[in-house]
Design a protein around this ligand. Structure first.
Ligand SMILES: Nc1ncnc2c1ncn2[C@@H]1O[C@H](COP(=O)(O)OP(=O)(O)OP(=O)(O)O)[C@@H](O)[C@H]1O
Length: 279
């Protein structure tokens, strides 16, 4: 994690006919191999940032650099090969009549030869643990399974970066867990760079780094531990602090030594066991 793979520099963006800027002077870097979570309340500009990264909109001022390329109307087809997008609604992302066809679709469009296509379809479905569902029809799948197929369709094209725009927000807890596990594996085992855009801080707690957006501006940047220290400030921004972080704060207020804000229930329970058994 050393060179920025994506560099967003002083980006301003306003939708046509609107007075307010949706993004105001936003600058941030995304490093090779990291998982960056971009969080913010409704209307903070998260989806607008995703649209800019995908070249669906262009900055009014400022620039976006992806790898060696500046993202412009001339380079957008090249930059889209580097960035794969997964969106919120699992039902809007299926184009094939079976799981296999769905993953193959993007490859066909990119002129990948049949033999390689078969291999890539199989491999990418394996990476999301959906290889047993090759012939299944989309409507037979759960939300989490559909999103995993959507991720397989993206990784089959071998992008360097995967952007998940609220990709777990329509899923039940089990589906969300499945998708988050897949994201972690893609990052850890396949060196993918992950950008997850979410209003769910529990999900963001799993990332390496977080960016908080507020009213189109970059409010804070830091590790999840650093961001959760903001505490009431996050609540004021309309964000809900994860349950284990709230509990560890309450314990500290009651004089029970919890050294930092624990980001997962498991870590908090482990700390409490350790201090309890040490007495
Ligand atoms: N197509 C559009 N036309 C006009 N204004 C828009 C459009 N899309 C978003 N906006 C405005 O731009 C600002 C940023 O919206 P954006 O959708 O990027 O926020 P968000 O953080 O993704 O919110 P949400 O979580 O509700 O999707 C908001 O003020 C919103 O009303």
């Amino acid at each position: 994690m050393n060179k920025p793979l994506v560099s967003i520099e002083h980006v301003h963006f306003k939708y046509e006919g609107q007075e307010e800027y949706a993004l105001k002077d936003v600058s941030l870097q995304i490093y090779d191999g990291e998982w960056l979570a971009i969080v913010g309340h409704n209307g903070s500009g998260k989806s607008t940032l995703a649209k800019l990264l995908n070249g669906l909109q262009y900055p009014e001022k400022g620039r976006i650099q992806i790898g060696e390329l500046e993202l412009t109307e001339d380079t957008v087809w090249e930059t889209r090969k580097l960035i794969g997008m997964v969106f919120q609604n699992p039902d809007n992302q299926f184009v094939g009549t079976t799981v296999q066809d769905d993953v193959a679709f993007g490859l066909e469009n990119n002129g990948i030869l049949r033999e390689e296509m078969v291999e890539r379809v199989e491999n990418s479905l394996k990476q999301v643990q959906m290889e047993a569902f090759l012939q299944q029809e989309p409507h037979q799948l759960s939300g989490g399974q559909k999103q995993r197929v959507a991720i397989a369709s993206v990784i089959a094209l071998r992008p360097q970066i995967i952007v998940l725009d609220e990709a777990t927000s329509m899923l039940d807890p089990r589906g969300r867990e499945e998708v988050l596990n897949v994201i972690r594996e893609l990052k850890e085992d396949h060196d993918m760079t992950v950008i997850s855009i979410t209003h769910d801080l529990e999900e963001a707690a799993k990332a390496d780094r977080m960016i908080v957006l507020n009213r189109g501006q970059l409010y804070r940047e830091g590790t999840p531990e650093e961001i959760f220290q903001l505490d009431e400030e996050l609540v004021k921004l309309g964000l809900d602090i994860p349950f284990p972080v709230k509990i560890s704060k309450m314990l500290r207020e009651k004089g029970i030594p919890v050294s930092k804000s624990y980001l997962s229930e498991e870590a908090l329970v482990a700390q409490l066991w350790t201090s309890h058994s040490g007495k």
